[in-house]
Design a protein around this ligand. Structure first.
Ligand code: FAD
Length: 711
């Protein structure tokens, strides 16, 4: 039985990427620090330029912002402006316009908005980030109550028409701030003025994470239409000087995941190749955006296939985004350089820090992974960025580097490292222009900068917007600190390598490893990363071995008794040819024997010290964890679980054991909590291991003996 879809060719460089995922953060940081280190004189020059850039940005920042219109037109206080932005953002989450309109008309204007938009806490969650936009300052002291009464005041003042108009304007403003145009034609037209000043563009058709094939086909069509429009606009300016496009693979296939390897190569690859062929026809660059870390390896398979495709021979517009916050980043770059040289391509590689940091940390914790795919301190990402920048710049024959950052130090460092090299900067529309206005053009630093320009309607903006807000809202983020006058210029332009050294290269002390999530009292259950090739290989072998085993499920009767019932075959519900094993049901006599044994054993177990019982449960948890693949194999073949569900099933069982063990280890007193005696547990079929173990171990922990009837 094929459990895992394998396809990719194993090369040493690909293996290095896979292995780096599980490397200790300390080792990765040490390596990056060594590679990013620069002579003191160079660091001084970098700081000096960065300080100049920061001072200028701060000066420009005090000029008007796009929010002025809103504030003036409605004579709003900043508090009201922020409250309105929060409301506008909440309304964006309502999928259809009709409902949103109704909500404003019928409910909000009556002052009853809070109960209709979820609780007010979630309404104002991004207040700090909106504050940045409205006031140009990050004020952490917006109280929910203040904002809530500002909104009520606003409603009282202007009633329904003001709110509707205000929300509409706030939405359009949001749009203007983060989106270049609602259609590609509008975006291209809006880009021309900045192109004349020396900027370049990479257009991004908003939309990601298609949920259905219909969505994916729509996004694909959007990309195709956009490439034709961009291609015509480019009018032969070429990959480097002309505009290009950025594509999210999750937008063009609803099942973009490692576990769907075969389907990705059969369905997503041709779609992507189609887009590349179009881009090639117009000679424009097409960048594959980097998404979540668990998609990195499958994205490399796709890139490898494209690079080896004779139809794309010689095309220099294949663009790949790499994320410096990933421990695997330098190995990905090594692989790409090698791939480019082997296939005669020159890739465009956009180096970013990475936009999914919060999600990566959370996913690793939820999934109980060995460690984090990303660094845990921002400054390590900054260091990694510099080390990776050097690597990219050293391979001009194979790579056209594109450095995307809004951080003045990072920009300045790249500028100094890249002297005499062929490269470009990149920034996001509406975010980095004040900084790059000092870079682009004659009399400035005279380096090109490409603006990443989202295109789409307000409805498609949300996912993008939320990511930008998360980024801007983090108090470690550069765009946030640059407008915070409490942060001095010296602090802003600190050398990250020196700063990392002060942390000793150690992981963040407040971000516990997934296994330590519950503190010293209880180990988190270990998961399995089904996007890691090495994990998948080992799992495949273990699952095959478990398939060969002659499994027998039989009553466990005390005192060496065995059931006399005949065994019957248990078949895989998805494939009746697959006999999972044999089962011997218990007979009435077996049950009688078990009952007698339970009654005999009950006083002994009830008198056992709770700590001893806890020890046994912990051992049980460890054993299940050690035998996870075999248990998963049974969950897949007998209960029809997917591999992911099978992992969750085993982990839940492990967690139950450790949870109840922890409960009784410290505080349980046998004399105050007398045992019930024999307890019968009957489990349902849908969680044959997790719920079965959960009820059994809860009873055992409390000192009862258990007669367990499995599903
Ligand atoms: P800084 O403020 O210097 O850096 C912030 C970054 O540091 C965070 O985004 C995060 O990556 C990292 N960080 C924050 N806290 C921590 C921590 N505790 N530990 C470790 N690291 C931390 N991102 C993608 O993921 N995929 C893309 O395809 C992509 N395309 C982009 C294209 C362009 C043109 C631009 C400008 C950005 C793109 N981004 C993409 C977003 C990019 O990742 C963020 O804009 C970038 O991380 C912000 O970095 P900075 O240097 O501007 O700011």
């Amino acid at each position: 039985m094929q459990f895992v879809e394998f396809a990719r060719s194993q090369t040493a460089l690909r293996d290095a990427i896979t292995a780096a995922y599980r490397r200790d953060e300390r080792d990765c940081v040490a390596l990056m620090m060594e590679q990013a280190a620069m002579p003191d004189t160079q660091v001084a020059s970098i700081k000096a330029l960065a300080a100049k850039l920061v001072a200028q940005v701060r000066k420009e920042r005090t000029k008007s912002s796009g929010v002025d219109a809103l504030m003036h037109e409605f004579t709003l206080s900043s508090q009201e402006g922020i409250a309105l932005m929060c409301l506008a953002e909440a309304l964006l989450r309502i999928p259809d316009r009709l409902t949103a309109d109704k909500l404003i008309r019928d409910k909000i204007s009556g002052g009853d908005w809070a109960s209709h938009l979820g609780n007010s806490a979630s309404l104002f969650v991004n207040a700090a980030a909106w504050g940045l936009l409205v006031t140009g300052k990050l004020v952490s002291s917006h109280s929910e109550q203040g904002l809530s009464s500002a909104l009520t005041r606003l409603i009282a003042k202007g009633g329904e028409p003001l709110i509707r108009k205000g929300v509409d304007l706030a939405m359009r403003m949001l749009g203007k701030q983060f989106v270049t145009g609602e259609t590609i034609e509008e975006a291209l037209a809006n880009g021309r003025e900045r192109e004349a000043r020396g900027y370049r563009f990479s257009y991004d058709m908003l939309g990601e994470a298609a949920m259905t094939e219909e969505d994916a086909q729509r996004y694909l069509r959007d990309y195709e239409v956009a490439i034709h429009a961009i291609g015509k606009e480019s009018n032969g300016r070429g990959i480097y000087n002309g505009p290009g496009i950025s594509v999210k693979l999750s937008a063009i296939h609803p099942r973009y995941a490692r576990m769907k390897h075969e389907r990705m190569m059969a369905e997503l690859l041709p779609r992507l190749k189609g887009l590349f062929l179009l881009a090639k026809q117009y000679n424009i660059g097409l960048n594959i955006d980097a998404e979540e870390a668990d998609r990195l390896e499958i994205s490399m398979d796709l890139v490898e296939a494209l690079a080896n495709d004779p139809d794309l021979n010689g095309f220099e517009g294949i663009g790949i985004v790499v994320q410096a916050y990933q421990k695997r980043c330098p190995y990905v770059i090594d692989f790409l350089i090698d791939l480019a040289r082997r296939t005669g391509h020159r890739f465009m590689v956009r180096l970013v820090k990475g936009a999914y940091w919060d999600a990566e940390i959370k996913r690793a914790q939820v999934d109980g992974l060995d460690g984090y795919p990303v660094y845990t301190r921002k400054v390590y990402t900054d260091v990694s960025y510099l080390a990776c920048a050097k690597k990219l710049l050293a391979a001009q024959d194979a790579i056209y580097p594109q450095f995307a950052s809004h951080n003045a130090y990072t920009l300045s460092a790249v500028y100094h490292l890249a002297e005499g090299k062929d490269y470009e900067f990149q920034c996001l529309h509406g975010m980095g222009e004040t900084l790059y206005d000092q870079v682009v053009g004659k009399g400035k630093l005279d380096k090109p900068c490409r603006i990443y320009a989202p295109v789409g309607s307000h409805e498609t903006l949300l996912a993008y917007l939320v990511r930008r807000l998360l980024e801007n809202g983090a108090n470690s983020s550069f765009v946030n600190r640059i407008v915070d006058e409490n942060v001095s210029i010296e602090e802003l332009v600190e050398d990250p390598v020196a700063e990392a050294a002060r942390f000793g290269g150690l992981p963040h002390n407040k971000i516990a490893l997934p296994v330590e999530l519950y503190g010293a009292g209880r180990k988190n259950s270990a998961g399995m990363d089904l996007a890691n090739e090495h994990v998948l290989q080992k799992l495949q072998q273990a699952l095959l071995a478990s398939e060969q085993k002659a499994w027998l499920a039989a009553p466990l009767l005390a005192d060496g008794n065995e059931s006399a019932n005949p065994a019957q075959a248990v078949r895989n519900p998805a494939n009746h040819q697959d006999v999972v094993g044999q089962v011997q049901e218990a007979s009435r006599e077996d049950v009688e024997l078990a009952l007698q044994a339970a009654v005999r054993a009950a006083p002994v177990w009830a008198a056992t010290a709770p700590a001893k019982r806890a020890e046994a449960l912990d051992r049980m948890a460890d054993l299940m964890e050690a035998n996870m693949p075999a248990l998963m194999g049974l969950a897949v073949r007998e209960a029809g679980k997917t591999l992911n569900n099978a992992i969750a099933e085993v982990r839940e069982a492990v967690d139950f054991c450790r949870y109840y063990a922890a409960q009784v280890r410290e505080e349980f007193d046998n004399s105050r909590h007398p045992a019930l005696g024999p307890v019968v547990c009957i489990s349902p079929w849908n969680f044959p291991l997790a719920i079965f173990i959960g009820e059994v171990v809860a009873s055992l922990a409390a000192g009862n003996v258990v007669l367990a009837k499995p599903a």
